[in-house]
Write a protein that binds this ligand. Structure first.
Ligand code: MG
Length: 391
């Protein structure tokens, strides 16, 4: 397909309540939406690196700028017939997987739409519906957390993920395990520890956890390998895996037995498919995570989550868990599978099956621009964007 234009929207989506992790606290989720036009059709993609470069080195304002100044101009006017071709077009720009993912997800959405196939089918998914997990950030008190987990267990969620950080660690986990002795649990440390903390991390083996997600720093593949050798519990990498090459290195070093695949963090769906193939060959467990995206980004995760071998329930949330109104439509909702477990059903419509609600997109817009194949682009400054939003 010949890429005619790329529209870019940097948005801030207010959360119902702040999301607390080892990185700090977010009151809104900053995300970048991409609208890709080719030969008279268009589709949407999204990448959600958050407001500050804390989860990774990227951030929403930087991703918007990079897409505007370099990545989008490099593809408009070009014939791009595969996700791999898109990667090759962008390969001379180093790193920046979240920025590249925004274009890649939009490319796949448009490709699926033009083929008249649902995205999940285009990606080769083999499962629908997708049974999902429940995920809990840091709450004000342990009692509050226990009450929330109790509701999730009663609702049939098959596994519980707990944020785990210094000060919200063993005492919290002991209380949860005591209250829920048979529930599948795992902890996500968001790179909050160092190898010096190995005594504390060793004690996690006593809690029969499904995995310990990203205990050490993102660039600590070697240290993760040392830690994995010391632990019975599988180490799951998240922040560390930002490309298929990094996944290959992690496998070679024995850094993990499991990986959380997020399309944004790894550079898009094309890279996610490569990582999926590497992990299948190496017998590494996989599951899909998210970044609190709008329904657009969540639908890309949902399509990926049905691939063969991704059997651990993904972090896919109903929109109303985090947002008063999802920026995009349809909102993500949960239904139940035949065993009463909460699940999502990737839509059986051509393409991604989700697009922004125009009014909400305008309301959440921080800045936007459009790059056309005549190489012109028009940028609305934040002030202009606000004026254009006013009725
Ligand atoms: Mg994580």
């Amino acid at each position: 397909m010949r890429i005619d234009a790329v529209g870019l929207y940097h948005v801030a989506m207010p959360l119902l309540r702040p999301w607390r992790t080892a990185y700090g606290e977010d009151a809104s989720v900053e995300s970048v939406l991409v609208r890709l036009w080719a030969e008279g059709e268009c589709a949407w993609g999204e990448s959600t690196p958050l407001a500050a470069p804390c989860f990774s080195a990227e951030w929403a304002g930087g991703v918007f700028t990079l897409l505007r100044d370099w990545l989008a101009p490099a593809i408009v006017g070009c014939e791009i017939d595969s996700g791999q071709a898109l990667r090759r077009h962008l390969a001379h720009f180093k790193g920046n997987p979240f920025a590249k993912a925004a274009l890649d997800v939009a490319w796949w959405a448009l490709h699926a739409q033009r083929r008249g196939e649902p995205l999940h089918q285009c990606l080769g998914a083999v499962r629908r519906p997708i049974v999902v997990g429940a995920d809990f950030g840091v709450t004000d008190t342990i009692d509050e957390l226990l009450a929330e987990i109790g509701e999730a267990v009663a609702a049939g969620f098959p596994r519980i993920k707990l944020k785990f950080r210094p000060g919200w660690d063993l005492a919290m986990l002991e209380a949860v395990r005591r209250a829920f002795p048979d529930t599948t649990l795992h902890v996500d440390c968001n790179a909050g520890y160092r190898l010096d903390d190995i005594e504390l991390l060793r004690r996690l083996d006593a809690f029969d956890l499904a995995m310990i997600e990203q205990p050490l720093a993102a660039d600590a593949l070697h240290e993760h390998a040392r830690l994995q050798r010391e632990l019975n519990t599988p180490v799951c990498l998240d922040e560390s895996i930002d490309s298929p090459d990094r996944m290959r290195q992690a496998i070679e070093q024995g850094s993990c037995r499991c990986v959380n695949i997020k399309p944004g963090r790894v550079g898009g769906l094309t890279a996610a498919l490569d990582i999926h193939a590497l992990c299948r060959a190496a017998n590494i467990d996989m599951w899909v995570g998210g970044m609190l995206e709008s329904s657009v980004g969540a639908h890309a995760c949902m399509a990926l989550a049905g691939l063969d071998g991704l059997t651990y329930p993904p972090d896919l949330f109903p929109s109303d868990r985090f947002y008063a109104e999802d920026l995009a439509e349809p909102a993500v909702t949960l239904t139940s599978d035949d065993r009463g477990r909460p699940c999502v059903i990737p839509p059986d419509l051509p393409g991604l099956g989700s697009a922004p609600n125009q009014r909400r997109l305008e309301r959440c817009c921080v800045q936007r621009t459009e790059i056309r194949s005549d190489r012109s682009h028009r940028t609305a400054t934040p002030r202009e964007a606000r004026q254009e939003q006013s009725p």
